[in-house]
Design a protein. Structure first.
Lengths: 189, 189
DNA sequence: ACATCTAACTAACACTTGTTAGTTAGATTT
DNA sequence: AAATCTAACTAACAAGTGTTAGTTAGATGT
C-alpha cells in the first residue's frame, strides 16, 4: 500500500511555498529541502511539478463547484443564498489558505487542465451572477449594475486567503455573520 | 539625450507580461521577443530584471501614498473620505492595470526595496483603518469589526485591476458612483 | 570631416532548472 | 528465506536562466 500521506505532505508543503513565492519561483529543490529530502526523491511520490499544481487547484475548484450546486438547488431567498456562498468561501478557504493562493494566482500555469479550470470558474461566476439577477427581479437586491456587485462580492471572497491566516482565533460563525452584514447591508449607518 | 521613451516602453511591456504570467515566469528573452529585439539589447536601457519590477511597483505604491495623504489632509466626513479613496483606486488602476498586477502579486520579489514597499503598504493600511475608526466614533459608520470592514473594502479595491480591463468603455464617474454605493450602502433593498 | 553617442547585435558565461537513471537500506509479503 | 516494495539516495543531463563583453551601423554634434 503506497502511502498517500507522504504525497499529501508534499502537496501541502508545495502549496505553502507557492503561496509565499508563487508557483514559478519555487524550485523542486526548494520543495525538497523544506521536506528534508533531495529533489529527485520527490519523484517517488509525484510525477511532475505540474501535477502538484493541478492537484492543488483542481480539487479546490471542484469543491467550490459542488458547494455552489448545493446552494443553487436549495429553495431559499437570494439573500440567503448569498449568505451561504459567503459561508462556503470562508469554509473552504479556512481549511486550505495555502491552496487558495495558487487557485487565485497560479491558475494560468495549469497546462493540461487549464481549459477545464476555466470552465469551472466561468460556470461558478454564471451561477453567482444568476443569483444576483434573480434577487433583483424579486426585489431583494438593489437594481444597481450587476457586474459591479458581482465583482465586488467575488473580490472580497477570493481574497479571504490573504486575511484569514492573520486572524489568531478564527470564529467561523462570527466572521460569517460580520462579513454577510458588511457585504449585504454595507458599512454606513 | 538618452531616450527615456524606449525605457518606458520596455517597462510597460514587461508589466503586461508580468500580469499574464507573473514576474518569475517571464524571462528576459520573452520580454525581448515581445519588444522585437534580443535579450542582451534590453540592457542598453535597463540595468536588471529586478530594476524593472522595482520601477513598476514602487512608483505605483508612491502614487497611492500621495493620494491617501491628500485625502487625509482634507476636512471631510469619513464617508466622503472613503468615496475619495474608492475614486483614487479606480483612477490609478485604470491608468495602469498591468502594473497593479505586479503590485498585488509580485511585491515579494522586490529585493532591495522590499522593506520600503512594506512600510508604504503598512502606512496606507493604517491611514485607511483610522478613517474607519474615526467614522465609527462619529456615528457615520456601523460599529462592526473594523478589520473585517477594512479587509472587505481593500480586497475589492485591490482587485480592480482584474476587472477594469474587462469593461469595454470605462465610465469613471459611473463606476465610482456605483462602487461607492455598493461598498458603503450594500446591495440589499 | 571627425568624434561621439545610441541602440541594436553575436557570442558566451556561470548557474539553475525539471527530470531521469540507476542504486540501496530497510520494511513487508509470500 | 526469498522476493517484492518503499522511499530515500547520488550522479547526471539537456535546456533555459540573467547577465556581460565586445562589436557595429547609423544618427547626432562640433
Amino acid at each position: 500500500m503506497k502511502s498517500e500521506t507522504r504525497r499529501e505532505e508534499i502537496i501541502q508543503t508545495a502549496a505553502q511555498l507557492f503561496k509565499e513565492k508563487g508557483f514559478s519561483a519555487v524550485t523542486m529543490r526548494d520543495l525538497a529541502t523544506t521536506m528534508g529530502m533531495k529533489a529527485a526523491s520527490l519523484y517517488n511520490h509525484i510525477s511532475s511539478k505540474q501535477e502538484i499544481l493541478k492537484e492543488i487547484i483542481i480539487s479546490l475548484a471542484e469543491e467550490f463547484t459542488n458547494g455552489m450546486e448545493q446552494i443553487n438547488n436549495s429553495n431559499q431567498s437570494s439573500i440567503q443564498k448569498l449568505k451561504d456562498i459567503i459561508a462556503l468561501h470562508i469554509n473552504i478557504t479556512s481549511k486550505n489558505t495555502y491552496g487558495m493562493a495558487s487557485l487565485n494566482n497560479d491558475w494560468m500555469h495549469l497546462e493540461g487542465q487549464l481549459q477545464y479550470y476555466l470552465e469551472l470558474r466561468t460556470n461558478y461566476e454564471n451561477d453567482f451572477r444568476n443569483i444576483l439577477i434573480d434577487g433583483v427581479s424579486k426585489n431583494e437586491i438593489i437594481d444597481s449594475d450587476i457586474e459591479t456587485m458581482l465583482f465586488s462580492l467575488l473580490s472580497t471572497l477570493r481574497s479571504l486567503y490573504l486575511w484569514i491566516p492573520k486572524k489568531e482565533d478564527l470564529n467561523f460563525e462570527e466572521l460569517s455573520k460580520n462579513l454577510s452584514t458588511i457585504l449585504i447591508s454595507g458599512i454606513n449607518k
